[in-house]
Design a protein around this ligand. Structure first.
Ligand code: BES
Ligand code: MN
Ligand code: ZN
Length: 501
């Protein structure tokens, strides 16, 4: 694991020093000083290359004779006036990837002496470190035969700042958010023979150490409450279902002022489709069908870790969707916790059944300010939006606006989709109050959301369909391929911007 530290001195004795170059080959002060010391080696290297200082360009200059260092890495910063938190995070991530690809083990970064930046130097350093941290994540616990040269090489990264103490302070809450992101990525990456309802519930338990109250409801308790929609999904599996309730009470307040914000996650630890079984090709992806629940756990970890001044509730419904002699059949009718009966025409439309009971339970017990659910709910949202945006559905324009804004700010983008009565009617059943599929492929991400809306009881609510954004097939600056934890940073930001006292 890479160690990140902040320091004031700007000259490491070995390894790589990373310095910035603005657009049109304008050297930053540290870069200019190094160039002078090396008799113009940096400028000569630039002249001999295509490097111009455009954002995210890099140029490695090996061991100029005058320096004890191994390498100078020139990093293109682009326009100084465009340097914001996101840009700094991206630089941090890209630098880590670059240093690992050349086999470097130690590096120091001196980027913060730039005028007209959008953020203070200490913040710039903190966000660089945040991006570096996020990109440094790797899920490798099952790679037992890896040789040292196949592992990431970078061991230490020192981020220089004239006020290292201020940078450290700015980094502290970001580090907690990164811990939340890592927890989510770990849980989502684990295979379904390791993470199933009981073990996923157990993974939420340690949040108690940070002051989160964690309750785990078992099958018997859920049966007693009447959560038959959720239980029906799990009944074909030998792994018993769980419902986890997490409460972080950082906001204080009394009465209405103490009303919590609430996050609800789909936690299908493996989705075979059940009796409406999925084709075997690609079914392995369904180990991450608990991505929404993973995000809620990581988010609670982040909020508690940075001691957010908010009352927040997390509710996750955990089941394994399996075919067996005990499994739910297409056509079965279940009575949900809300009292509404559901005709289960397709056992593969299971996420909505789990969320129906989790949402109803959450609003009934906590009377939250709002509910946001996250779910890898539909393949159709991938057809509509790919992996660029997650789908946003909401009954409340203010909440939807705030979510979209928070998403844009952290690079977890949302795209709002419509809800209306005509779509709602498509879910009417002939046999029960509602059916779990519309019966056609038309607008099927929307009809899924309409289904959920029938279980929110009028509470301000938003649904994030994260089927396309939970798992990534390619590296991005701050998100290595694999489990993304999409939603943790977004919802942390939503809370920080609007709901902290
Ligand atoms: N977990 C899937 C959705 C999914 C698909 C997530 C691909 C990630 C990648 C969900 O439970 C599901 O099976 N949805 C069905 C709904 C259909 C039966 C109405 C789908 O999208 O095909
Ligand atoms: Mn399914
Ligand atoms: Zn599913």
């Amino acid at each position: 694991m890479m160690k990140i530290a902040f320091a004031e001195s700007s000259r490491p004795k070995s390894g790589t020093i990373v310095v910035g170059v603005l657009e049109e080959q304008k050297l930053t002060p540290t870069a200019a000083a190094l160039d002078k010391e090396t008799g113009g080696a940096l400028k000569r290297a630039i002249a001999a290359s295509r490097f111009t200082g455009r954002k995210d360009e890099v140029l490695g200059v090996l061991a100029p004779a005058q320096l004890s260092l191994g390498r100078v890495l020139l990093l293109g910063l682009g326009k100084a006036s465009a340097l914001d938190a996101t840009a700094m995070q991206g630089f941090g991530g890209n630098v880590v990837a670059q240093l690992n690809s050349v086999g470097e083990s130690a590096a120091a970064v001196a980027l913060d002496r730039i005028e007209d930046m959008k953020l203070k130097p200490a913040e710039a350093a903190a966000h660089f470190a945040f991006g570096a941290t996020l990109r440094g994540y790797r899920f490798d616990r099952y790679r037992t035969k890896e040789k040292p040269e196949q592992k990431p090489s970078l061991k230490t990264l020192d981020v220089m700042s004239r006020d290292a103490a201020a940078a450290r302070r700015a980094f502290a809450p970001l580090k907690e958010v990164a811990e939340g992101v890592f927890l989510t990525r770990d849980l989502v990456s684990e295979p379904a023979n390791v993470i199933y309802p009981e073990t996923l519930a157990a993974a939420a338990r340690p949040l108690t150490k940070l002051g989160v109250e964690v309750e785990v409801l078992d099958e018997r308790q859920m049966k007693k409450l009447g959560m038959n929609a959720l239980l029906g999904v799990g009944q074909g599996s030998v792994r018993p279902p769980r419902l986890v309730v997490m409460q972080w009470k950082g906001g204080g307040g009394r009465g209405k002022a103490a009303q919590p914000v609430a996050f609800i996650g789909k936690g299908v630890t493996f989705d075979t489709g059940g009796i409406s079984i999925k084709p075997s090709d690609g079914m392995w992806d369904m180990k991450w069908d608990m991505g929404g629940a993973g995000v809620v756990i990581g988010l609670m970890r982040a909020l508690a870790g940075r001691k957010a001044k908010v009352n927040a509730v997390g509710v996750i419904g955990l089941v394994e969707n399996m075919p067996s002699g005990a499994a739910q059949r297409p056509g079965d009718i279940v009575a949900s916790l809300s009292g509404q009966t559901i005709e289960v025409l397709n056992t593969d439309a299971e996420g909505r059944l789990v969320l129906a009971d989790a949402l109803w339970y959450c609003q009934d017990r906590f009377k939250p300010k709002f509910m946001v659910d996250l779910a890898t709910l539909t393949g159709a949202i991938i057809i509509a939006l790919g992996s660029e945006h997650a789908g946003l559905f909401s009954n409340n324009d203010e909440l939807a606006g705030r979510l979209a804004e928070a998403g844009a700010a952290v690079g977890e983008k949302l795209w709002r989709m419509p809800l209306n009565e005509a779509y709602d009617r498509m879910m009417d059943s002939d046999a029960a109050d509602i059916k779990n599929i519309s019966g056609g492929r038309d607008a099927s991400s929307i009809t899924a959301a309409q289904f959920l809306q029938r279980f929110v009881n009028g509470v301000p609510w938003a649904h994030l369909d994260i089927a396309g954004t939970t798992w990534s097939k390619k590296d991005a600056p701050t998100v290595p391929k694999g489990a993304t934890a999409f939603g943790v940073r977004l919802l942390d930001r939503l809370v920080a911007e609007h709901y902290e006292s």
